[in-house]
Ligand binder design. Structure first.
Ligand SMILES: Cc1ncc(COP(=O)(O)O)c(C=O)c1O
Length: 387
């Protein structure tokens, strides 16, 4: 498959920017954005007929279609606006079950918004947030499984675990982790914000209790399109954040209607899937992963930063430590992003993690090895000139 820079014209992405941050917000192709307008016009031709007689079937057909890609039947999948909403939906649904001193376990890689959601639930219920440390660099992926196994106790009511760590892109051994939770009779909620589209997924095989994922990162959907998968036995107790017209009329119906909204951001996932299908999902994933490996080699060679984790533990994002002594806080990460954008025309995120500043980069079908040369030179120049 002929991937590379020439495909950038399929997006509105600025040609003058080396765009290596597909991870933060994805990037939506032109055809998918056009489909948003198409769906909205379709709706507005006859809003009543659309919402009364077409909308629910369209959403269920889309869930079936998404389910085929994610290894799930459609009626375990409901749409939400983003992974943050997916996580909050589950925590809120569980709120009445939490007693004082129950524990919620998570790792130090947790996404900050999810950490806030856990802390909030703990404040409301008296439950205890338990953070477990897993190293930034792992040489054997079973280290993560072992750490979880050794940290889970009879008090662990829930584990919230990322499928792909936002900090550095490591893919967690999720099936093994789910099994540990099941044996311990702890709930497990997987934050798969980055996984759909980036890696092969089979939600039925994983059998978490809940799995939420974004379509707007690696599946090219418009922003505001994500899903929540719920194990059959737990669907009755899983309620949307907005209780609406179809309260207690079944998991799908309750989530499909949470009040009037613009459904074109969800429905244009159809065209995002068409976009993927013209190339083949596996071809995209293989290109991106192989390009990431090439990118790691290039960045490592030019910046002379050692990269110790096996490349097979990543999909299409990874991160390196900044090799200089630098103020370590969230403000610095923001400033660094602006400096790289303004001075080097490179778009990458900087992440404050474990008393280090990391720079993260992604690979996508509009990228080529040259992009990582530009990135590496920018890092080298910045570090040389930094005082
Ligand atoms: C691991 C992880 N979880 C959750 C989120 C939040 O995603 P959203 O803003 O789409 O809710 C992100 C965003 O980057 C993430 O990386």
């Amino acid at each position: 498959m002929d991937f590379g820079k020439h495909l950038k014209k399929l997006w509105y992405l600025d040609e003058n920017i080396t765009f290596l941050n597909h991870g933060s917000f994805g990037a939506t192709p032109k055809t998918v954005l056009e489909a948003v307008a198409k769906w909205q016009i379709e709706l507005e031709k006859e809003p009543v007929e659309f919402f009364l007689n077409q909308y629910f079937d369209l959403i269920r057909q889309l869930a079936e279609r998404l389910g085929k890609i994610l290894g799930s039947d459609g009626d375990s999948i409901v749409f939400v606006d983003n992974a943050t909403t997916g996580i909050n939906t589950v925590l809120k649904s569980l709120q009445s079950e939490f007693n004082k001193d129950d524990e919620i376990l998570f790792t130090n890689h947790i996404y900050p918004a999810a950490r806030n959601s856990v802390n909030y639930l703990c404040e409301k219920t008296g439950a205890i947030p338990m953070e477990v440390f897993t190293p930034y660099r792992v040489t054997d992926i079973s280290q993560i499984t072992e750490i979880i196994k050794n940290s889970i106790t009879a008090k662990t009511k829930l584990l919230l675990i990322d499928h792909i760590f936002y900090t550095g892109g490591i893919i967690a051994p999720i099936k093994e982790i789910v099994e540990i939770c099941r044996k311990n009779e702890s709930y497990v909620l997987v934050d798969g914000a980055h996984a759909p589209g980036m890696i092969e997924l089979n939600l039925n095989e994983i059998q978490a209790d809940w799995y939420t994922g974004n379509c707007h990162k690696w599946m090219f959907s418009p922003k505001g399109c994500a899903f929540l998968w719920t194990r059959k036995e737990l669907q009755e107790k899983t309620k949307p954040l907005s209780i609406s017209l179809f309260h207690n009329q079944g998991y799908c119906k309750e989530f499909d209607w949470t009040g009037t909204k613009n459904p074109s951001l969800w429905l244009a996932l159809n065209e995002a899937i068409d976009f993927i299908n013209q190339f083949g999902l596996k071809n995209i994933q293989d290109y991106n992963h192989n390009l990431l490996i090439k990118g790691i080699e290039i960045v490592s060679d030019i910046t002379e930063i050692e990269f110790k984790t096996p490349v097979s533990y990543f999909g299409s994002i990874t991160a390196f430590e900044m090799p200089i002594n630098i103020q370590i806080d969230n403000e610095t990460t923001h400033k660094l992003r602006d400096i790289f954008y303004n001075n080097h025309r490179v778009e990458i995120p900087f992440i404050h993690f474990n008393d280090q500043i990391l720079f993260r980069f992604s690979s996508q079908i509009y990228n080529e090895p040259d992009d990582y040369l530009i990135l590496a030179e920018a890092v080298k120049t910045f570090c040389r000139d930094y005082k």
